[in-house]
Design a protein around this ligand. Structure first.
Ligand code: DGT
Ligand code: MG
Length: 551
């Protein structure tokens, strides 16, 4: 801020110096001042240069630091959000908020808060010079000033409208691009290339139209401004010239006045533009802080204790669960005895994944409690609870990192031997060593270099490495071929030994060995027992099993 004030002052001083330059050097032909004034001028420019450097650098530094701090805050915050938050928010829009909103916020900060201060002090300094040189002329000029400022404001408003339109259109264009590129095979098989080309062309042309409109305003703005400048200049020359001829002011004073007036253009333009930038920045700030103010619902209680168990049993007690207002589980009761395996089977949408999600507290039930070895999981810390659980899900998550790091994700300090052992147990070692760089191969986005079954085995190896007392498998072997499924099943069998396991599977052949099988329908258990008992019952399970056997 100090540097800014210095920049403003030196700008005014330079305009002021025009008077002695003209009057003393060119008109009075003063020999000493011929050398003194240029030296003063150079010194003033040096000061202005240094102050200008300092203020630009710190302005940028502050703006960037604010963005970086906000990004860190926002990231911390988003990562800590509940599963519900991620179910509701589109990852693309989260990313765009993260990058673009904060960038615009930075521009608003550097242009309004800091830029306006510099422009305002500069305007004050220059107007002061104008009044010092000739207050009457200054008053005259300032009354015609609003006429000159009006078009600037007008142009600014139009520009803003086009900018907002551009951003929206760019957003839909990027959605079109993303979809048509990543669903490329769908586009091809349904021969929708032309449809997609039409869609993209329309969107690209909309962007083009808005860009051209903005260019038109921009191209028009400077001739209009110059013309207005020309008019005011003509008026000032007539009025000021008369005053010089009448001997009221000196030639130097007049030119100093003119210099100050012309130097006003840039800071005034800056000030006129502040509102636009500020509005955009405020919109971004609002979106950002909405996100930061949103508190996660599933967090540790103040009195939360550490859960520390070698073995565990799980009990669902009178659970009622709803996504928003839609009840999907009602009065659900189930006990998974320590070290036993319980399987959930049943039609798609029955609520199996939902049951699993509650154990890890991705979601909390609306009523009832989930207890682990008699302890309500809401009374322990999330971290200690989740340390007890290994999870392999329907949607397999592979990070864009090496195979080694992908497996070691569940145990940061795992040794190389442990990782390989886990991979072997998951029947993954065999294909990993075939990869170009073995365990050091990078998997690429979404693990695109692997097949679905290979990714699944990596995820299973990760779960094996964690060595947790509770194991949750949600369709963990669904994308394996029969041979590797058998291998993985064998691996899982060793893994399940002594662990409390909840398995969800559509293929009943994978659950026949479970200690208890629960058949679910619309959020309720409709049949329960081991394979033999359920087969003898000749109910839903029996039917399902017969159908699958026939396939
Ligand atoms: P699956 O995986 O196809 O065999 O089906 P389940 O048994 O795992 O079903 P689940 O628990 O994913 O879904 C149960 C019901 O809840 C189903 O009607 C869809 C609905 N549902 C699942 N996840 C969400 C969610 O995140 N939000 C909302 N509003 N509803 C959800
Ligand atoms: Mg499911």
């Amino acid at each position: 801020m100090i540097a800014m004030v210095i920049v403003a002052l030196t700008t005014a001083v330079i305009a002021y110096l025009v008077k002695p330059i003209l009057d003393e050097i060119f008109i009075n032909k003063n020999q000493t001042l011929l050398y003194v004034i240029p030296i003063i001028l150079v010194v003033v420019y040096i000061i202005k240069g240094i102050a200008g450097y300092i203020q630009s650098y710190f302005m940028e530094y502050t703006g960037q630091r604010i963005v970086a701090d906000l990004q860190i805050d926002l990231y911390d915050h988003i990562v800590m959000q509940d599963a519900e938050f991620f179910a509701k928010n589109n990852t693309g829009s989260l990313t765009s908020r993260f990058l673009f909103d904060l960038h615009r916020l930075k521009q608003a900060i550097s242009q309004t808060i800091t830029g306006s201060l510099r422009d305002l002090t500069t305007v004050i300094g220059l107007v002061a010079v104008m009044f010092i040189q000739d207050w009457k002329l200054a008053l005259m000029s300032l009354t015609i000033f609003p006429i000159a400022v009006y078009p600037i404001v007008r142009f600014g408003k139009n520009m803003r409208r086009y900018a907002v339109g551009q951003q929206e259109e760019m957003g839909s264009l990027s959605a079109i691009l993303k979809e048509s590129f990543s669903y490329n095979r769908q586009v091809k098989i349904y021969t929708m290339e032309n449809y997609e080309i039409d869609r993209a062309t329309k969107s690209i042309n909309n962007v083009f139209k808005l860009m051209v409109k903005a260019a038109k305003v921009r191209a028009l703005s400077s001739p209009v401004m110059e013309l207005l400048g020309g008019f005011s200049m003509a008026f000032i020359i007539i009025y000021g010239g008369t005053r010089v001829m009448d001997g009221i002011i000196t030639t130097g004073a007049f030119f100093s006045f003119l210099t100050a007036l012309m130097s006003l253009y840039r800071p005034i333009k800056g000030l006129a533009n502040i509102n636009n930038v500020l509005q955009e920045g405020l919109a971004s700030a609002q979106r950002t802080f909405e996100m930061i103010d949103k508190k996660a619902q599933i967090i540790d209680k103040k009195s939360a204790k550490q859960l520390k168990l070698k073995q565990a049993d799980i009990e669902f007690k009178n659970i009622t669960f709803a996504y928003e207002d839609e009840v999907v589980i009602k009065d659900f009761n189930l006990t998974i005895p320590q070290g036993k395996t319980v399987a959930l089977v049943g039609s798609s949408g029955a609520g199996k994944t939902t049951i699993l999600n509650m154990i890890a507290r991705f979601f909390d039930p609306k009523k009832g409690s989930v207890n682990i070895s008699g302890v309500d999981i809401k009374t322990v810390t999330l971290k200690s609870l989740r340390e007890h659980i290994a999870l392999v899900t329907q949607d397999i998550a592979v990070f864009d990192d090496t195979v080694y790091n992908n497996i070691a994700y569940s145990k940061q300090n795992a040794s190389k031997e442990e990782v390989i052992k886990a991979a072997k147990a998951a029947a993954a070692d065999e294909f990993i060593i075939e990869l170009e760089k073995g365990y050091e191969t990078r998997l690429g986005e979404d693990g695109n270099t692997l097949s679905g079954g290979q990714k699944q085995r990596i995820a299973i190896a990760r779960a094996i490495l964690k060595n947790a007392p509770i194991l949750l498998l949600d369709e963990a072997t669904s994308s394996l071929d029969t041979e590797s499924e058998q291998q993985v099943q064998k691996a899982l069998k060793t893994l399940m030994k002594g662990r409390t396991t909840l398995v969800v599977a559509h293929r009943l052949s994978t659950v026949v060995n479970a200690d208890i099988i629960c058949v679910m329908k619309k959020g309720e258990i409709v049949e329960q027992g081991n394979h033999k008992e359920l087969m003898a019952k000749k109910g839903i399970y029996h039917n399902l099993y017969k159908i699958q056997e026939a396939l």
